[in-house]
Design a protein around this ligand. Structure first.
Ligand code: HEM
Length: 567
């Protein structure tokens, strides 16, 4: 069997056999590890209590020393994280261990709120450097440039603060609305152009996701990076999707000889981005652009200013700059695109919901003025109206609750400290799992009929509160409201530390406002332009292999028939 024919899991088990042989050779060491594992398992079945006086958090038991929790993390990360969160109950950090890396899993709303608030002791230091190198191809000797820099008092230095401010202002306020408008126009143009292939008669297509992600990713890329990023690199969407399929293995630093296709896809992406950087540098002088919000070379003001910040940070090498631009391109697409697809799928799967959603969308449809010659050059939807609609917001929040599985990581960068009464040493890492909290049956509301709306199922109305109905709303124990009204309102009240698809604290995802607009506009544009019939015999399932890396996409292909709606 050649290395190419081996699946990753086969390889892994071969590795395990090899490890067993090595373990025999190193038996004294192994025995002590097995004893440690046995000790931990005793604490689990309650025959020996955890030594609270040491104030060191417990470890989740594992049975194969050296491999520790690796196999379970790879094969079923969701169950591993859930076990860790239940091991000693909410609020007790529990250590899980992978070869060369270990982390304490933090669970429960109070502990997670403390985790996000403690920006003094917990920072994001280590991950950026490893990720920019492993996943985005920054040359190893330059990766240290991406280490956040601090002033002597431990606070981020001037350039770090400028980067943070740049992301916040570039993705909110007036710039956000410009980006959302650009995105909407780009998407509508692609849908309009598809009329040549999808006419008024039904067409069978093998995978709806392919169609949606092609249109949405291209629109996001041209919104942020300018139209030349696409014209210079016509295969960028395909390369991105292939790269993204391997993201987990790349993040983990899997060597090239094991995953050559991943490295090739990554290289094509880096080459494309470098081509774009060179083209923009040669054809556009940013110093002449002043306050321009968008132009075709660098795209958005946000990305243009980011290039200047890279220079101020001393990152001059083109490959290192490409790695950072690549990281931004990935952040802008990897989570929101599958989330947009899920929003559309859930709406299409339920006729009643589809009817309601279509009504809300049509009330946000802006009737084009007769004087407007180029209809497709104008936004068609009132984005604010879409984003404030209670039902659409509930579908959006429920989609993220169910499909986002982000592992939010912080490090005790500066010193030992006490976390919820437990001693964490300098350099140790703490992790929060958004999906584990999203599945916490002690917190989430399940309506009047818990079996239909259990936490593992999609329920479009979960985030809608009817103050006259104590069973409504996202919380199991919804607090009674003063004035009883039958009107449904969207609410995430009481969900701090529980609904956390965007992380929290200082690193709370700055792209969340754009993502919300992108997700809603995608469904609005598709449902207005097309009639889509999903295959009723196919129930879409979730690709859990993306667990830990943000939004988990649908698994496999989603065949459907589609036609352009006559207007
Ligand atoms: C459904 C869509 C999205 C989800 C679920 C998501 C989730 C996340 C999460 C969990 C983090 C880490 C937060 C933390 O450490 O506390 C993050 C960070 C980040 N996201 Fe998003 N994101 C989404 C969309 C976007 C978009 C559309 C953009 C850009 C346009 C973006 C840009 C970023 C950036 C730049 C960071 C790093 C922030 C920092 O380290 O300070 N995200 N995102």
């Amino acid at each position: 069997m050649t290395a190419r024919m081996l699946s990753f899991s086969t390889l892994h088990w071969d590795g395990v056999s090899l490890l067993c042989l090595l373990l025999l050779a190193a038996s004294p060491f192994v025995l002590s590890r097995i004893y440690a594992s046995y000790k931990d398992s005793k604490t689990q079945d309650g025959t020996e209590s955890i030594d609270l006086s040491s104030k060191r958090p417990p470890t989740l038991p594992y049975y194969i020393p050296l491999v520790d929790h690796l196999i379970q993390f790879i094969t079923d990360g969701s169950t591993l994280l859930s076990k860790a969160s239940k091991f000693c109950g909410a609020g007790v950090p529990v250590r899980i261990s992978l070869p060369g890396f270990s982390s304490y899993v933090v669970s429960g709303p109070e502990a997670i709120t403390a985790f996000f608030k403690n920006t003094r002791d917990l920072s994001t230091t280590s991950r950026g450097v490893t990720v920019i190198q492993n996943a985005f191809g920054c040359p190893a000797h330059l990766a240290h440039h991406f280490k956040p820099r601090h002033s002597p008092d431990g606070t981020p230095d001037e350039v770090e603060q400028a980067i943070h401010r740049g992301v916040q202002t570039g993705l909110s306020g007036p710039q956000l609305e410009i980006l959302a408008g650009k995105f909407q126009i780009a998407l509508l143009e692609k849908i309009e152009a598809s009329k040549h292939e999808i006419g008024n008669d039904w067409v069978d297509i093998p995978d709806l996701c392919d169609l949606v992600q092609k249109f949405v990713i291209e629109s996001v890329i041209s919104t942020f990076f300018g139209s030349y990023m696409i014209t210079l690199n016509p295969n960028i969407v395909e390369d991105f999707l292939e790269f993204n399929d391997y993201i987990r293995l790349l993040f983990m630093g899997m060597p090239r000889w094991l995953i050559p296709k991943a490295y090739n896809a990554r290289q094509r992406m880096v080459d494309s981005i470098q081509r774009w950087q060179k083209h923009a540098r040669e054809n556009c002088d940013p110093s002449t652009l002043g306050d321009v919000d968008w132009e075709p070379y660098y795209g958005s003001k946000f990305i243009r200013e980011r290039q200047d910040l890279l220079t101020r940070r001393g990152i001059l090498d083109e490959k290192a700059r490409a790695a950072e631009n690549f990281a931004n391109l990935w952040a802008a697409n990897s989570n929101s695109v599958p989330a947009a697809i899920w929003f559309l799928i859930e709406t299409l799967r339920d006729d009643c919901l589809k009817k309601e959603v279509c009504q809300r969308i049509s009330s946000a449809y802006l009737i084009p003025k007769v004087s407007e010659k180029h209809e497709s050059q104008q936004p068609a939807f009132d984005t604010e109206k879409l984003c404030n609609d209670p039902l659409l917001q509930s579908v959006y929040a429920e989609t993220l609750r169910l499909r986002v599985a982000a592992l939010i990581v912080r490090e005790a960068a500066h010193r030992d400290f006490s976390f919820c009464g437990w001693h964490i040493k300098k350099g140790e890492v703490l992790t929060v799992s958004s999906h584990t909290e999203a599945m916490n049956g002690d917190v989430w509301g399940v309506g009047k009929d818990p079996s239909s709306h259990s936490v593992d199922k999609f329920w479009s109305h979960r985030f809608l509160v009817n103050s006259a109905d104590p069973h409504s709303g996202p919380l199991l124990n919804q607090k009674a409201k003063k004035a009883a009204s039958r009107e449904l309102s969207f609410s995430t009240d009481g969900l701090a530390g529980t609904w956390i698809p965007y992380g929290g604290g200082r690193s709370l995802c700055p792209g969340r406002h754009f993502a919300k607009r992108e997700i809603m506009l995608t469904t609005a544009a598709f449902l207005t332009a097309y009639e889509i019939d999903l295959d009723p015999n196919h129930i879409p399932s979730v690709n859990m292999s993306h667990f830990g890396f943000g939004t988990m996409p649908p698994k496999g292909k989603l065949s459907c028939r589609i036609r352009y709606l006559p207007r």
